[in-house]
Ligand binder design. Structure first.
Ligand code: HEM
Length: 408
């Protein structure tokens, strides 16, 4: 087969097709060669997977190891000059997103009970109260205000802090440190300093919970004697990091996307029953956790190509979720469509543990925001909104919004 699209050197990540759309080069690659070789900045060759079917089967296949990197914390091949990692990286105790079975399953299964649909349903009312409380504060401010700072970040942060038993007033420390892991091209020393600060804080916290447990997820885990303090710290670190930035970006970028689609926004306001479907569609359309890394533990056939043992494989969830072979008019936002099967929460053994929580937060967040602020609009031109192209989770840095009528 001849391939018309050049092999990419480095990840083509520029958002040249619009703030919500995959880069044009990624789209072209998906159409021509959904499993494509790519050359990393350090010069070694790996693979870039962009087609829906290929991404889905890759994620379901544990021969693709997660130990290549530690998720959003450490993206080894994005930074020129980083050493080539030829084998699995050392495991960080507790950080099971970067572990393979059986280590992964041993830790994950202790948490599944805490994040079930049923548990999250029970929490729903409280999450609505949290969202309303934050909107009360927003309503007291004089617009324009930054929706990220005043709403999209505080809601999931308050919720995850409460669930984990982390004092919310400490957020300045952990949010600033957590953000360091998400900045691309960050010197390793700076990441390590932030990691050290955050894990020192969390280690003290879980040690305290082991001695004097409260009523929260970390206390429940601390009561399990076979988990070490290092493991508890790693789990706390993972949940804290995964549990607030992701949803915050979805709330802010999702609001931006809806403001850019006013007819659909009006429909959602008129009929909140559309919201659960709209949340799935926003998840699919925006796929804010776009890039994941895996590493082939043996030679593996995927989409007609052979991925050699030891290869680094980059997956684009956004490209897969915009694949027209899977979703009709895949590039259109359509709150009426069934977005079932989208990959924005991943797929396979690592599929997002917090997805039910995220869904409840997004449903409550969008519903209440739209209801309380019927005239919400951008306070700056759309092309001036600062996009997170410099971060490992996509979103907006700020979303200046305004409104004319007093909030109800
Ligand atoms: C895993 C996305 C919210 C906790 C993942 C993965 C994705 C993802 C794509 C798979 C990573 C991989 O396969 O390497 C999202 C998005 C969210 C969200 C888009 C919000 C809209 C949350 C929340 C929590 C959470 C609220 C709270 C606890 C986790 C954990 C994992 C994970 C612990 C690792 C699971 C494992 O390795 O078994 N998430 N997530 N996420 N997520 Fe989420």
């Amino acid at each position: 087969m001849t391939h018309t699209v050049p092999v990419p050197h480095g990840l083509p990540m520029e958002r040249d097709a619009g703030p919500f759309d995959p880069p044009r080069r990624i789209t072209r690659l998906r159409e021509a060669r959904p499993v494509s070789p790519m050359v990393f900045p350090d010069g070694h060759q790996g693979w870039l997977v962009t087609g829906y079917d290929a991404v889905r089967s890759l994620m379901a296949d544990t021969r693709f190891s997660c130990r290549q990197d530690i998720g959003v914390l450490h993206l080894p091949y994005e930074v020129p000059g980083m050493p080539v990692i030829a084998g699995p990286s050392p495991q960080i105790p507790g950080v099971f997103i970067a572990m393979d079975p059986p280590d992964h399953s041993r830790l994950r299964k202790r948490l599944t009970g805490a994040f079930t649909v049923k548990r999250m349903k029970q929490l729903e009312e409280h999450i609505v109260d949290v969202a309303e409380g934050q909107l009360d504060e927003l309503a007291r401010l004089t617009p324009p205000v930054d929706l990220v700072k005043e709403f999209a970040l505080p809601v999931p942060s308050l919720v995850i802090c409460e669930l984990l038993g982390i004092p919310y007033p400490d957020r300045d420390t952990f949010q600033a440190n957590a953000a360091q892991f998400l900045v691309k091209d960050q010197p390793l020393e700076r990441k390590m300093a932030a990691y050290h600060a955050l894990t020192t804080y969390l280690s003290e916290l879980v040690t305290g919970k082991r001695a004097a447990p409260g009523e929260d997820i970390l206390s429940d885990l601390a009561g399990q004697d076979d988990l070490t303090i290092e493991e508890l710290t790693g789990i706390a670190f993972l949940l804290l990091l995964a549990g607030h930035e992701t949803t915050a970006n979805m709330l802010a970028l999702g609001t931006f996307a809806l403001l850019e689609h006013p007819e659909q926004l009006a429909e959602l306001r008129a009929d909140p029953d559309l919201l659960p479907g709209a949340v799935e569609e926003l998840m699919r359309h925006l796929s804010v956790v776009d890039v994941l890394y895996r590493y082939a533990t043996e030679d593996i056939e995927l989409g007609g190509e052979t991925i050699g043992k030891g290869s680094t494989v980059v997956v684009s969830l956004l490209a897969a979720d915009r694949d027209a072979r899977q979703f009709e008019n895949a590039d259109d936002l359509d709150v009426h469509r069934s977005a079932r099967g989208h990959l924005a929460f991943g797929h396979g053994v690592h599929q997002c543990l917090g997805q039910q929580l995220a869904r409840v937060e997004m449903r409550a967040g969008f519903h209440r925001l739209l209801r309380r602020f019927p005239t919400l609009r951008l306070a700056i031109p759309a092309d001036e909104v600062k996009l997170k192209t410099d971060m490992n989770i996509y979103g907006v840095h700020e979303l200046p919004v305004t409104w004319t009528e007093p909030a109800r």
